[in-house]
Ligand binder design. Structure first.
Ligand code: DX5
Ligand code: ZN
Length: 220
C-alpha cells in the first residue's frame, strides 16, 4: 500500500505556518493532520473550526481531521471538509459510531475510526464497511511530544492481518503519536501506511523541514 505522510500541524511553528504549508505543497505531502481537542475527551485544547476553515481556503492539500472530542456527531457541521479529506472519530467518544461515520461519508469525506492504545481491535468489528482507514493511536491522545506505547506496534501488525483476513485490504492504517524516524521504520514494517509525523520526525528541531521529510520518506 502506498506510504503517505500527514504532518501534525499542532506541532508546526505557527509563526511560520504559511511557509511550512507551501513547503509541504512543494514536497507533495499527502495530508495535513489537524488535531481537534475539546478539553473533555482529552485534557487539552488545540486547533479549532476557524483554523480548519482558513486552512481549507489556503491550500489544496487534503486535510486529515482528528476529532478528539466527546460526541463528535454533534460537531461535524462545525467543520469545513469535503472530498479527499479524512475525518477520524474515536470509538471511545460516541455511542453512535456507525451513524457518525456514515455522516462523514454523506458529507463527501473519508471516514476513519480512531482507537486508543488500550482499545482492542474487535471494537471496530461492526464498522468495517463504514471506514476507509483506522487510526491507531500509538500514544495516549491529547499532547505532542509523548513516548510510544510499545504494545501498539504488535497491535498495528494484528490489525493489518485482521483487516486483510476479513477482505478489507483497501482499508488504510494511520499511526499517530511519537512517529519518530526510528519508530516509523517499525510502524511501517507492522503494516501502517499513513504516518502522522510531529515533533519527533518532520518537526524535529535536529534538522530542516525538507530534510526531515526526505529522511522519513526514505525510512517508511
Ligand atoms: C496527539 C495527537 C498527535 C500529536 C503528535 O493526541 O493526536 O497528532 O500531535 O505529536 P508527536 O508526533 O510529537 O507525538
Ligand atoms: Zn492526531
Amino acid at each position: 500500500m502506498e506510504k503517505k505522510i500527514s504532518p501534525s500541524i499542532m506541532c508546526a511553528d505557527f509563526f511560520d505556518l504559511e511557509k511550512t504549508v507551501r513547503e509541504f505543497e512543494r514536497l507533495k505531502i499527502e495530508y495535513l493532520h489537524i488535531d481537534i481537542m475539546d478539553g473533555h475527551f482529552v485534557s487539552n485544547y488545540t486547533l479549532g473550526t476557524d483554523f480548519v476553515r482558513t486552512l481549507k481556503s489556503k491550500t489544496d492539500i487534503p486535510l486529515d481531521i482528528h476529532l478528539m472530542v466527546e460526541k463528535p456527531e454533534n460537531v461535524l457541521d462545525w467543520f469545513t471538509f469535503g472530498k479527499g479529506d479524512y475525518v477520524s472519530v474515536h470509538v471511545e467518544s460516541t455511542c453512535h459510531l456507525q451513524k457518525v461515520l456514515a455522516a462523514i461519508r454523506e458529507r463527501g469525506a473519508k471516514p476513519m475510526v480512531a482507537i486508543n492504545p488500550a482499545t482492542p481491535i474487535f471494537m471496530i468489528e461492526n464498522v468495517l464497511d463504514d471506514i476507509d482507514a483506522v487510526l491507531v493511536m500509538t500514544v495516549n491522545p491529547g499532547f505532542a511530544g509523548q513516548k510510544l506505547v510499545r504494545s501498539t506496534l504488535k497491535k498495528t501488525e494484528d490489525l493489518r492481518k485482521y483487516l486483510d483476513e476479513k477482505g478489507y485490504e483497501n482499508v488504510e492504517i494511520e499511526v499517530d503519536g511519537n512517529v519518530s524516524f526510528e519508530n516509523a521504520v517499525l510502524m511501517s514494517k507492522a503494516g501502517a501506511n499513513i504516518f502522522v509525523a510531529g515533533t519527533s520526525s518532520v518537526f524535529s528541531k535536529d534538522g530542516i523541514l525538507s530534510d526531515n521529510i526526505g529522511k522519513l520518506r526514505e525510512l517508511i
